[in-house]
Ligand binder design. Structure first.
Ligand code: URP
Ligand code: ZN
Ligand code: ZN
Ligand code: ZN
Length: 561
């Protein structure tokens, strides 16, 4: 007769179907702050135990998974997607089902998408529309950012309702798309002020829309209508200028800022300089899988469709050393990057004095290395098929903007980061999962392997390889911008809230198995640090007296190398 199931020594067990319970043994657990070998016990979609085998007795009938020789990492969080986005007269083909299915296939178990209201549209109505599209379709949990695409008293009132009653803590402002989404500087500043008042995060699409509009006219007048015109109309300095301006505007009103899709060396350096000045507090930057895995030389491809497939904004950069540079910014190595770009004509410095001219005593250099330069990787997944891209056959401004990336983001980041020797597995977890969870207030429920966290778990095989191709990907789109790229680092098993969704190369998901997750305001990772710095500044300016009895809440920013 089989022995009766033994209760766990340290974890209470409830009798239930073995389907809900998983025991993952002997894996190398990787969190952003450490690697250790341990077992994991999962029940009802939540991690109940992480520790040595000697401390757990698992009842019979529980599914046991042997993770020896593999890494066990928190599921990826993609903080930037546009599933089924209506854009440029058409709709992105990866809807919330296909998009989240592709995400899971690649090891991403949470996405944060963008509600983008039309000009004049109620933010709440747009939010409800996005929820009605996503809720029945998502295969993994998702959150929502909301775009501030126009500015009025009603927009401000609705921002408050979104924060207080709808689980939103982040708002994206556009400095580009003139005539469509672009806000004026004064409007942006007011929007930042509102974010600060609500405990939210201001986000920006940083490109100077006025310059772009002028350049577009010049190029079209000169007969340049192909995809190469897209890049020519919005060069690096156009992105760098807006990045600098966004940092200044947000800083003026003490609003925490998250710059989405940082695509160029110049913009990355602008952001890094502001982060150094602000002691790594209150300014965050995201780059994209696209920026790490490919480059803007594709805009010159003689095949129109090939070039058009790579059109997104800000564009990929023609300087082929850009991807490695962006990875180094994620790797927290501005000192190294700055010495590499000295003398480069391709990089534009907007703020003065540029760091390269600043006196670099060893202490200052150490200080500049203390804060990481970019914190997260998104995909900006916004996919359009060949026939949709053809809307811009005679005019590059009409090519729907967007590329794939939600499926391949993790593998591209591993290949270009860990496999290339630029980051370690802990930093990989930070830039693909934990940092997004901290900034958008999902941590430690998401972004960590720990008792109490959601069981969004990836068993990652760092030695296995796979070749990316549109033939085998899970997107609805008919191209893949990483076509032919061989990546080390394969998500061998993907577990979404305790459900095994990827195993033995098979993907099994159910439409609607995911849920909307609220992102509460005042993320401690962001606001505690901001308030702490503010107090220190006030004390050193003599505005405030230092009070021994008052706790200074300063969380050390994420500064592990
Ligand atoms: O090209 C892009 N990025 N398309 C989506 C809209 C945006 O600006 O993020
Ligand atoms: Zn954008
Ligand atoms: Zn082609
Ligand atoms: Zn986007």
């Amino acid at each position: 007769m089989a022995a009766a199931p033994q209760p766990l020594k340290k974890v209470p067990i409830h009798l239930q179907s073995a389907q809900n319970r998983l025991y993952i043994r002997h894996g190398q657990i990787v969190n952003h702050d450490g690697i250790f070998t341990a077992d994991i016990y999962v029940e009802d979609g939540v991690i109940k135990f992480v520790g040595p085998s000697s401390e757990i007795t698992v009842p019979g009938g529980v599914r046991t998974i042997d993770a020896s020789g593999k890494m066990v990492i928190p599921g990826g969080i993609d903080p930037h997607t546009h599933m089924q986005l209506p854009f440029g007269g058409t709709v992105a083909v990866d809807d919330f089902y296909r998009g989240t299915k592709a995400a899971i296939a690649g090891g991403t178990t949470t996405i944060i998408d963008f509600v983008l209201p039309n000009k004049g549209e109620s933010l709440l109505e747009a939010y409800d529309k996005w929820r009605s599209w996503a809720d029945p379709k998502v295969c993994c949990d998702y959150g929502l950012h909301v775009g501030i695409t126009w500015w009025s008293k009603s927009v401000q009132d609705e921002m408050r309702i979104l924060c207080e009653e709808r689980g939103v803590n982040s708002f994206k402002m556009f400095m580009a798309y003139k005539g469509l989404y672009q806000l004026a500087d004064t409007e942006m500043m007011e929007a930042f002020e509102k974010c600060r008042e609500l405990g939210a995060i201001g986000m920006v699409h940083a490109e100077n829309g006025d310059i772009i509009a002028k350049n577009v006219k010049k190029l079209l007048d000169a007969g340049i209508t192909g995809p190469e015109g897209h890049q020519l109309s919005r060069q690096e300095e156009v992105e760098a200028e807006a990045t600098n301006r966004a940092c200044v505007l947000a800083h003026q009103v003490d609003c925490p800022l998250y710059v989405v899709h940082v695509m160029s060396k110049s913009a990355g350096i602008e952001l890094a300089k502001h982060r150094q000045r602000n002691k790594g507090v209150g300014i965050y930057g995201e780059t994209l899988a696209a920026a790490l895995g490919t480059d803007g030389t594709h805009y010159m491809d003689k095949c129109w469709h090939h070039a058009a497939a790579h059109v997104l904004s800000p564009p990929l950069r023609p300087d082929p050393t850009t991807p490695e540079f962006m990875m180094k910014l994620l790797a927290n190595s501005i000192g190294r990057c700055m010495s590499e770009v000295k003398g480069s004509d391709q990089v534009y410095f907007i703020t003065s004095p540029p760091i390269r001219d600043a006196p670099e005593t060893p202490r200052q250099l150490m200080k500049s290395l203390a804060y990481d330069d970019l914190q997260t990787t998104g995909s900006d997944n916004c996919t359009f098929n060949r026939d949709q891209k053809e809307l811009g056959l005679n005019d590059f401004t009409k090519i729907p903007n967007g590329v794939n990336g939600v499926e391949d983001r993790m593998s591209v980041a591993w290949e270009k980061g860990v496999h290339a020797g630029l980051i370690d597995p802990c930093r990989f977890v930070a830039i693909t999962s934990t940092n997004a969870a901290k900034i958008f207030n999902l941590y430690p429920r998401k972004g960590r392997i720990e008792a109490g966290s959601d069981a969004d778990i990836v068993i990652w095989d760092p030695r296995a390889t796979r070749k990316i191709s549109a033939e085998t990907h899970h997107h609805a789109c008919d191209y893949n911008i990483f076509e032919g790229m061989v990546c080390h680092g394969v998500p061998e098993m993907v577990i979404v809230k305790g459900r095994v969704c990827v195993e033995d190369g098979q993907l099994r998901v159910a439409e609607g198995q995911g849920s909307f997750i609220e992102t509460p305001v005042y993320p401690p990772f962001v606001y505690d640090a901001l308030n702490g710095i503010k107090q220190v500044e006030e004390i050193s300016n003599g505005v405030k007296k230092f009070d021994m009895n008052e706790t200074l809440k300063i969380e050390i920013p994420n500064n592990e190398p």
